[in-house]
Write a protein that binds this ligand. Structure first.
Ligand SMILES: [Zn+2]
Length: 1033
């Protein structure tokens, strides 16, 4: 699956997310809630109640509300003044409407801080009570009885604790994972969806094979009303069985009358009814408005990871592979699709038709099953033995051509690359109007968001890059994931790391003009940033709960997974060994399930130099984090040292973690060509190397193909700085970007001062390449945002001036017309978005002019695709143009443009509009709920909105987890974007308070730990660097 709702460039968090306005240059529009509604757009009409949403921490932006002091209640963990350390914020909330759904609730009192004396007394009392309780607790209950205590019976066995079923009886299975004694062999599923009433009924017949003696059958089912269940063994008679249900684990169970023996076949038949889901998983309903303005409904599926059980009872774990025969009864005016080609259509009574699909020719996991009932139209093409089709709603058919051509080319590429033909007769790619993930690799029926599949003829190469890379990812899954599947979700990276790796490498061959290399480099940097946190996890990590399964869909499984595969490939001799190993692995395990060791063993088997790939790679998959390599150079003597790069450990050298690192390096005499690259394997803590002669400097991690960060020491950095100042081209642009990334990372770790960072950036006045410029902009903007949100007014202005000084001439050199090179598009959109957000006059003027021209020409004069975001964002800063943009949004069918408009709309500084857009995206009528994570992250990037968004999230938490499962990527994004710019102890308290109050509704998520850790790090960085910034900026 591609869980990322944004296009892949957003995933890397590239600097297309721009710098927000500084309130110190120009205060954001300040509004009086009592009036002003006339100035507000007429489309759509706003209920005044809806906009009385005043975030507790944003009150400074709301003027005209009286000048009272903060009351006691506000002095707790939510107090604005304490949060931001501002004295001028003492504005009362007297005008807040108590009827507003967003009225802030009183925070839990437990979050307020008692006085020191009270604390001391309480602590003493607690210690006494706790000591007495412990004494009593550890004495057995029999201590004070007449009979005394009996001698312990050492032979007593441990009984598992069984949970309680819905009917009150004990549920006979106590584990999260199903027993392995019975396996499904085939499913025969008949479904009757009723799109008028949004319900369906179904009948599922599962043939089972017994592997070990048992009488217990446990399987999955969620939100299904099972009306009849019968079971038969071998050729015997079917008997009705009574099912027990344990809802927290979505498990169903029964005991057969007689014990089942290995080799026996049984048949379980289940009739049931259910509602079509209103969220984005299971068998869910979706709708869109057609060109005549009519609402059209459809039903589609999204099963990965745990939702097949919501559409049919099943053994919903990836290792339980089986065949599927699917029949769907539909009304005559709908069409259906499933994994396999349609075998036949049979008329039924009442104007219904039954579509029967061929039985799957392959064994597959339940999460890959898919079906759709809709009115889509296809375009098709044959590629060797496979019919490739792209489906969309009929009015978007003209946007399907690029996807069809790309899917055909990539299918051919993968057929050749893997030396195994795609095994099905057809491959459908379907654009679903309302779809949360980026795409889903269901075998033979890949589903996409419209933005990740449809592009118009006029679309920019950058938009095509998004579509091509998502298709490349999902097609790679047809082998990695579908043909060979991870045994359990702990090894999700085998699916996702591989598909991510292939997505970039296949495009480098098939579409070199898409310049995918810059994006791949950027996502590797972001994976390093995340993995540097203590809250990160190993690539292969234990998974034993539903939310832990959801959480595996993160950048460690995807981007770190892809990064270590790149590192492995780069470290193997020749370019064929890696490929050979992959082919060996696919052949050996086709149709089966694997774990990480199986992959390393296959690669070891084909090794030409008897390399033990397993030994090297397990250090990268079994432990979290990555190494920091410190290099010191004395003449021709080099010493390398490795330690865990861990941002929140004060002294990481105490950890025993070691990696097997294929270090690469170049030196001043030969530094940019591939043949300059030398390799040194560092397995121990320290390694030494004697060079053939003395060198001026070394650059490690050639083209950043390794997953580690390098520290060169003061002298090493100075030498590299000097070399770059003399000649930028002495290193490849990837290497320059890697130096920039590494020095910022070291600054965050506290190993270099920010002064050293600025020193390295001096060379950038001569830098014109995309990767280094984008990495520097992104890093500087992160700091700018933190300063802005802490209201370090003077420094915000100085940072702005610094950025404009460093990049001003490059910004001025950018064109505003059509541009065909993807790399140049990436560069100019990053530069211009930064310039406009910093209110650089020329940029604002050009953007406004382009928008005006576009509106006045009724859309016939186009805004180049890569500039739409900057143009819409500038336009949205004026109330009048914001309304124009909203109308454009309502009337545009082209989805990539729509998303850029949403970004524009959500970047407004007008608080009333901000509240409206947050609420509208949650409701899902005008703006689809699938866009809510994007809306929240855009709002959070702006000073005017980030505290609003934080309040909004807290107050709507229960609705959010209804839409986005706990642990899901969407929720991870929401938590990250709303908290990652806090840097004060008060905000830390507040975030901690909120999430711990959620308990099972989300407090256990890894992203919560990540959020808290990030805030602490932000605070530490500020404490350590503010004075440096004041001195040197
Ligand atoms: Zn995927």
């Amino acid at each position: 699956m591609d869980p990322f709702d944004n296009n892949s460039t957003d995933r890397a968090n590239l600097p297309r997310n721009m710098i927000e306005n500084s309130m110190f240059e120009e205060e954001p529009d300040v509004m009086d809630l009592a009036k002003d509604s006339a100035a507000f757009p007429t489309f759509p009409t706003l209920d005044p109640d809806e906009v009385v949403f005043e975030p507790s921490s944003s009150r400074l932006l709301v003027r005209g509300l009286g000048e009272h002091d903060i009351d006691e209640d506000e002095e707790d963990c939510e107090s604005s003044a304490r949060l931001l350390g501002m004295s001028f914020m003492n504005r009362s909330s007297a005008h807040r409407s108590s009827s507003s759904p967003y009225t802030r609730q009183s925070p839990p009192r437990s979050c307020s801080r008692p006085s020191a004396r009270t604390m001391v007394v309480c602590v003493l009392l607690l210690v006494i009570v706790a000591s007495m309780t412990m004494v009593l607790y550890f004495l057995p209950g029999c201590t004070f009885t007449k009979a005394g205590c009996p001698k312990p019976n050492k032979a007593a066995p441990l009984e598992p604790v069984y949970p309680v079923s819905t009917n009150g009886e004990p549920f006979p299975w106590a584990q999260f994972r199903l027993p392995f004694s019975i396996h499904p062999v085939s499913y025969d599923i008949t479904l009757n969806p009723d799109l008028d009433n949004m319900t369906f009924t179904g009948c599922t017949v599962i043939t089972l094979s017994v592997h070990h003696n048992t009488s217990l059958i446990v399987f999955h089912g969620a939100n299904l009303n099972i009306t009849k269940a019968s079971f038969k063994v071998g050729d015997g008679e079917a008997h009705d069985v009574t099912l027990l249900e344990y809802k927290p684990r979505q498990q169903l169970a029964f005991k057969s009358a007689a014990e089942l023996k290995p080799g026996q076949l049984c048949v379980l038949t289940l009739d049931y009814s259910a509602s079509l889901s209103h969220t984005y998983d299971g068998f869910y309903n979706s709708s869109y408005t057609d060109k005549d303005g009519n609402k059209r409904v459809l039903a589609a599926t999204q099963f990965e990871p745990l939702s097949a059980r919501k559409a049919f009872p099943c053994f919903d774990e990836p290792a339980f592979k089986a065949t599927f025969l699917i029949k769907i009864n539909r009304k005559a005016n709908y069409m259906t699709l499933s994994n396999m080609p349609k075998a036949k259509s049979t008329p039924l009574s009442g104007g219904f038709v039954q579509d029967e699909f061929e039985k799957t020719s392959v064994n597959m996991s339940t999460y890959l099953v898919a079906f759709i009932v809709a009115n889509f139209s296809p375009v098709s093409k044959n590629v060797s033995k496979t019919k490739v089709s792209v489906y969309s709603v009929p009015e978007k058919e003209q946007h399907t051509g690029y996807a069809l051509e790309t899917a055909a080319k990539l299918l051919e590429f993968y057929n050749n690359f893997f030396e195994i033909d795609y095994p099905l007769k057809k491959l459908d790619l379907v654009a679903i109007p309302d779809f949360l993930a980026g795409a889903m690799e269901n075998w033979g029926l890949i589903t996409f968001r419209e933005t990740t599949l449809l592009v118009g003829k006029q679309s920019s190469p950058l938009e095509k890059q998004v579509v091509a890379s998502v298709i490349a990812h999902e097609l790679a899954h047809q082998w990695f994931g579908n043909l060979v599947t991870m045994r359990w979700w702990n090894d999700l990276w085998l699916n996702e790391g591989f598909a991510t790796y292939m997505q970039y490498t296949s495009l480098q061959t098939v579409y070199p003009q898409l310049d995918i290399g810059n994006l791949f480099l950027a996502v590797r940097f972001r994976a390093l940033d995340k993995d540097a946190l203590n809250s990160s996890h190993a690539v292969s990590t234990e998974v034993n709960a539903a939310e832990q399964v959801e959480e595996m869909f993160d950048s460690v499984s995807y981007e770190k997974g892809a990064s270590i595969l790149l590192m492995l490939n780069a470290s193997l001799p020749g370019d064929q060994q890696f490929k050979k190993g992959i082919i060996q692995y696919l052949n050996q395990f086709r149709g089966l399930n694997t774990d990480t060791n199986d992959l390393w063993n296959s690669l070891t088997q084909v090794s030409m130099l008897n390399q033990n790939v397993s030994e090297m790679m397990s250090s990268w998959t079994s432990q979290k984090g990555f190494p920091l390599v410190t290099v010191s150079l004395k003449g021709d003597q080099v010493t390398f040292t490795q330690e865990h790069f861990l941002l929140t450990s004060d002294n990481a050298t105490h950890t025993s973690t070691l990696w097997n690192i294929p270090l690469t390096y170049v030196n001043d005499s030969c530094s940019s060509a591939p043949e300059c690259r030398q390799v040194f394997t560092l397995k121990t803590k320290t390694g030494t190397l004697k060079l053939p002669g003395s060198v001026k400097w070394l650059k490690l991690n050639y083209r950043n193909t390794g997953f580690y960060v390098v520290h060169y020491g003061d002298e090493g950095w100075a030498a590299l700085r000097e070399a770059l100042s003399n000649n930028v081209g002495v290193l490849t642009s990837d290497d320059r970007a890697s130096l920039i990334h590494n020095i910022f990372a070291l600054s965050r770790l506290g190993r270099v001062s920010f002064h050293q960072v600025l020193n390295l950036l001096y060379y950038m006045s001569n830098e014109t390449e995309t990767s280094p410029v984008m990495e520097a902009l992104l890093q500087l903007q992160n700091i700018y945002r933190l300063l802005d949100k802490r209201q370090e007014g003077g420094l915000v202005v100085r940072m702005k001036n610094y950025i404009l000084r460093q990049f001003g001439s490059l910004m001025d050199n950018q064109t505003w017309g059509d541009e065909n090179s993807v790399s140049k598009q990436e560069l100019r959109s990053a530069l211009l978005e930064t310039a406009c957000r910093l209110k650089e006059e020329n940029c604002i003027k050009r953007a406004k002019a382009l928008f005006k021209q576009h509106v006045e020409s009724n859309g016939t004069i186009r805004i180049p695709g890569d500039l739409q975001r900057v143009v819409f964002t500038v336009a949205a800063q004026s109330d009048e143009d914001w309304v124009t943009l909203l109308n454009m949004y309502a009337n545009t069918t082209y989805d990539a443009e729509k998303r850029k408009m949403i970004r524009g709309l959500a970047s407004t500084q007008n608080t009333r509009q901000l509240v409206w857009i947050l609420k509208t995206a949650l409701n899902g009528d005008i703006i689809q709920t699938q866009e809510l994570p994007l809306v929240i992250s855009t709002v959070c990037n702006n000073f005017a909105g980030y505290l609003f968004a934080w309040d909004f999230i807290r107050e709507n938490w229960d609705r959010l987890i209804e839409k986005f499962p706990v642990g899901s990527y969407a929720l991870q994004t929401i938590i990250k974007s709303s908290t990652s710019q806090f840097s004060t102890p008060a905000h830390l308290d507040q975030v901690q308070c909120f999430f711990s109050s959620l308990k099972e509704r989300g407090s256990q998520m890894r992203s919560v730990q990540e959020a808290l850790e990030t805030i602490r790090l932000n605070q530490r960085w500020m404490d350590q660097n503010l004075s440096t910034l004041r001195k040197w900026l």
